[in-house]
Every structure is written in C-alpha cells, then in structure tokens.
Write a protein that binds this ligand. Structure first.
Ligand code: HEC
Length: 154
C-alpha cells in the first residue's frame, strides 16, 4: 500500500513537471519576445517626449498598430483584414487626396473616435474611443493628412 502511494506521488510529480515545463518555457519565450519588441519600439523613437517629432512617431506607431490591419501599410485600404470584411465593404483609401480634401479634420477625427456607423458609414470601421486618447486620435488625423498629402478644401 505504501509503495503504491509513493508511486502515485511520483507519477503526480512527473506529470506536474511535464505540464509545467512546456508552459513555463512558452511563458519565458513570450516574455523575452515582448521585451525585445518593446525595446525596438522605444529605440525606433528618437523624438523627445512632448515634442512634435515624438507625436509624429507616436501617430505612426498607432497607425501601424491599430489601422494597418484593415487600411494597409501604405493606407491604400488593402490590409490583411480587408478581405475578411462584409461583402462590398472596403476600408477607405487614406492616400486619396480627392476624397480626403472633401473631409474636415473634425469629420475624420469623429469617425476614428466614434466609429463608422455613427457617421453613416459601415460599422466595420471600429470606434477607438477608450483605446486611444483624443490627442492620439488627432495625431492620427495629421498622419492621414500626410498619407493623402492633402488638406480640407472647400
Ligand atoms: C476592422 C477594420 C478597420 C480598422 C482596424 C480600421 N478601420 Fe478605418 N475603416 C474601415 C472601413 C471598412 C472603412 C470604410 C467604411 C465605409 O465605407 O462605410 C473605414 C473608414 C475609415 C475612414 C474614412 C471615414 C470617411 O470619412 O470616409 C477613416 C478616416 C478611417 N477609417 C480611419 C481609421 C483609423 C485612423 C484607424 C486606426 C486607428 C482605422 N480606421 C482602423 C475599417 C477599419
């Protein structure tokens, strides 16, 4: 009986180690990767916090983090998620000067903040209120202005 329970205990330890080892390894690898990514991210920023350059870098980082999945790396609306959207719905081409010169900064800001549906567009364009601050979203409006190389024209 004693030998049996010892065996059971050993088995239990072995199973425990077998489970903990891969889980622990995956955790450590993930953490190392996250730290590496964080380092690169800060390295990529050269502007001082609060400076105009910092804000521009911040907007770019936010654009690449939150918008390119749908709007694409160059803003043309051809991101990897674009194909998964509802039939007939396409992320707006942010490089279109023709389109964005008809839009005020405030209109663009509101679509980013409150989402497409509120402005009468598709709900596939998500609201970023709560995820990004107003300043960050204003930075994104400026960034879109660099993509379309345009300003609002009456
Ligand atoms: C899940 C996909 C998706 C993501 C992520 C996304 N968008 Fe969109 N966005 C869309 C779609 C789809 C439309 C077009 C909606 C329509 O045509 O009805 C759109 C439209 C827009 C428009 C055009 C509004 C107008 O006046 O026509 C702007 C500006 C915009 N998105 C900005 C952004 C920004 C900035 C981000 C990142 C913070 C972002 N989007 C993230 C899908 C997305």
């Amino acid at each position: 009986m004693k030998a049996f329970s010892l065996n059971l205990f050993r088995k239990f330890i072995i199973v425990l180690v077998l489970i903990c080892f891969p889980v622990g390894t995956i955790y450590l690898i993930n953490r190392a990767e996250a730290q590496e990514a964080e380092k690169d991210y800060t390295k990529a920023r050269v502007g001082k916090k609060g400076s105009k350059q910092y804000q521009e870098e911040d907007a770019k980082a936010n654009y690449y983090g939150y918008c390119t999945p749908c709007h694409g790396e160059t803003g043309k609306g051809d991101g990897p998620l674009a194909e998964t959207l509802e039939e007939g719905v396409e992320p707006r081409d942010h490089t279109s000067a023709e389109y964005f010169s008809q839009k005020t900064d405030n209109e663009i800001f509101e679509v980013i903040k409150f989402g497409g549906a509120k402005a009468g567009f598709s709900e596939a364009m998500p609201p970023f209120d709560g995820q990004l601050s107003d300043d960050e979203m204003r930075g994104l409006v400026k960034f879109i202005r660099t993509l379309c190389k345009c300003q609002y024209k009456k």
